[in-house]
Design a protein around this ligand. Sequence first.
Ligand SMILES: [Zn+2]
Length: 265
Amino acid sequence: MTATAKLLRLFLVDQQLRGLKSRLTAAERYLSQQDATLKELDAKGALLASQLRQLEATAKNDEVEISAIDQRVSALRERMNNSRTSKEHAALLTEISTLKADRGLIEERALGGLTKIDELRKQSEAVGAERAERVKVRDLARADRDARAAEIKDRVAELEGQRAEALKEVPKAALTAYDERTALGVDDVMAGVEEQDRRNMDYTCGSCYTHLPIEQVSILLRRGDLTTCPSCDAILYMEQTLREDITTSNEKKRKKSAAASAAEE
Ligand SMILES: [Zn+2]
């Protein structure tokens, strides 16, 4: 088996592995998107909850403050009823009206706070509802990912075994060339030679459709040494059937011309 043929065996296994894993990769990507959305919603919910806690604490303080003022006012009223001088009466009245003004301000603030609390509670409920929906979507995504992983598990293990076997056979230089191209993330690490016109020896790269010099085609036909596309740098190979086909027709041609020259003699 030539270096190119050995490498091709590895390439074909890798292609199958990539194909199998691509659906799983897509499912994994979708799942992590759902997880990210949930995280965002959680952060939003936590922020709302902490704002709510603060406002509720302020509302509680306002309540306490108002009832303290009320107690103070009723105590002052009692003293006012028992006051002996009009001066004392007037002083108490002033204090009461100051307290009432304070109470009004606090009440106004408390009312604003309650409105805000209502608003935040609604927002928080909406986030909670959205989260519940998102959890369903995420759980489905997770189940889908798990199903896909389970689906291909055996086949992946099988192919990985085949890959290890194929890998052992590949000459070092060929493997380096292959790994370099794989590391670049190129899809077509290898490309098949395509026949356009046998009579005119017109062959193209199966990846970028560039016409190939006849020397390269000959290398692949005869020795199968590693040769790359001059344009896209893919490692070239020739399908077994095409090679046999060309070899057979070359053979025929040779026999025919041999027969012709024999007849001439
Ligand atoms: Zn090419």
